[in-house]
Design a protein around this ligand. Structure first.
Ligand SMILES: Cc1cc2nc3c(=O)[nH]c(=O)nc-3n(C[C@H](O)[C@H](O)[C@H](O)COP(=O)(O)OP(=O)(O)OC[C@H]3O[C@@H](n4cnc5c(N)ncnc54)[C@H](O)[C@@H]3O)c2cc1C
Length: 381
């Protein structure tokens, strides 16, 4: 019997694989996306913040430039996904307010503001009173705020559904299976082996398996991406849709700990998240739920009135320098799209564009040039 064949197999259907598959299909390629549970990995757990300014970290200036470029792509990307899928993704341009709970946190926020201002980022220092004027539900004790009008949000779960539909509209075939191996012939990708024992022949494979990207059989050890799981526990609460507690994302610094509260249009509120090196553990702990609620309540006391609907853990695909690995790899035909760590939702548009460009034989967008898979030296054993 003849083996099934396509141009591209995408391994993994989180936001990165789904968007890459859709964009590749728009290039005219025949695409098969393989994932037993598309959209149920980190992309489901995430908060959906598109926040390059309030997420900026010392020493990550190159990543900041990439994040800012992807943030600029978001309005057009959201409109295209909605148009091709016929489904909403609730991209909201409501800005982000970072607040300091006590004097120590205020000093920390002032330092962050100096760093952000030095980078030319759009961010304004607010007194506690000015912050409360923007968000009246803030605690009376809040000391100061940083207002970042350009840090937006998207409903990541709606995004997953819309990307699946947009892919279907472009004839992306979804197989609800696991990819068990990448097959090679003459030193290049020739197909994939599937969990049910069958195979698909193809000329290219896009490895977008999130935190599992570093363990696919058949990929040479020096080519497998150095990606690891970084656990994040996160909560979803519900309040009345007609009287939302907050109208924009609030990030709190509480005795040096970070917490964020992301309000959705339907009255729900996402509160996150822990950052833990705990392997592939997806358990939810009492201590994490307690800590998140305690810190959230410290900056927005009304949180205690809301209904706790969900607590879950997700695994971010972390990389050694916190930047993604996107583009052609050392195995001809294998394209990497992984390692997006805490910015995968934000980086979806630019990543998908880069994957489609690579598959079509074009250069990746300039902002991603420094994030090629070959930037990590292979350690000799
Ligand atoms: C708590 C939390 C909060 C976050 N908040 C934000 C945020 O606010 N903003 C932001 O930008 N980012 C955020 N992130 C990060 C973001 O969620 C990730 O970077 C992003 O979702 C990664 O997408 P992905 O498609 O690479 O991985 P995933 O969404 O994890 O998808 C990987 C997919 O691969 C599939 N898979 C694995 N192995 C195989 C295989 N062998 N065969 C077939 N399929 C396979 C899995 O089933 C899964 O569906 C958050 C993450 C967490 C955990």
């Amino acid at each position: 019997m003849e083996r099934p064949r396509c141009d591209v197999v995408v391994v993994g259907g989180g936001v990165i694989g789904l968007a890459s598959a859709w964009r590749a299909a728009r290039e005219g390629l025949a695409v098969v996306l393989v994932d037993p549970e598309p959209g149920r990995g980190a992309s489901w757990a995430a908060a959906g913040m598109l926040a390059p300014v309030t997420e900026v970290h010392y020493g990550e200036e190159a990543l900041l430039a990439l994040n800012l470029a992807s943030a600029r792509s978001w309005p057009g990307f959201a409109a295209e996904v909605e148009e091709e899928s016929g489904l909403p993704v609730s991209y909201r341009r409501t800005g982000t307010l970072l607040v300091a709970a006590d004097e120590g946190d205020r000093a920390w926020a002032a330092e962050l503001h100096r760093f952000q201002a030095g980078l030319g980022l759009e961010v304004e220092w607010l007194t506690g009173r000015e912050a409360r004027a923007l968000e009246p539900a803030l605690a009376p004790g809040v000391r100061a705020g940083l207002w970042a009008p350009g840090d937006h949000q998207v409903h990541n779960r709606e995004l997953v559904g819309a990307l699946l539909a947009a892919g279907r509209a472009r004839e992306v075939v979804h197989l609800p299976l696991r990819v068990s191996s990448v097959e090679t012939s003459g030193g290049a990708v020739s197909g994939v082996g599937l969990g049910d024992g069958t195979t698909i022949d193809c000329g290219a494979v896009v490895l977008a398996a999130g935190c599992r990207s570093g363990e696919l059989a058949g990929v040479p050890a020096g080519v497998l991406p150095p990606v690891r799981p970084v656990k994040g526990q996160i909560l979803r609460l519900r309040g009345p849709a007609d009287r939302p507690l907050l109208s924009r994302t609030v990030r709190g610094v509480v005795q040096g700990q970070s917490v964020y509260l992301v309000p959705r249009a339907d009255g729900s509120l996402v509160i996150g998240a822990t950052v833990e090196e705990a392997g592939f553990d997806l358990t939810v702990t009492a201590g994490a739920v307690y800590g998140l609620l305690r810190d959230a309540q410290r900056v927005v006391p009304g949180v205690s009135e809301l209904v706790l609907e969900e607590s879950l853990a997700g695994l971010r695909p972390g990389s050694p320098d916190n930047g993604p690995l996107v583009g052609p790899s050392g195995l001809p035909g294998l394209v990497l799209a992984t390692g997006h760590y805490r910015n995968g939702i934000l980086l979806t548009p630019l990543t998908a564009e880069a994957v489609a460009a690579t598959l079509a034989g074009r250069e990746v967008p300039g902002e991603l040039a420094g994030f090629g898979p070959d930037r990590f030296p292979v350690l000799a054993c």
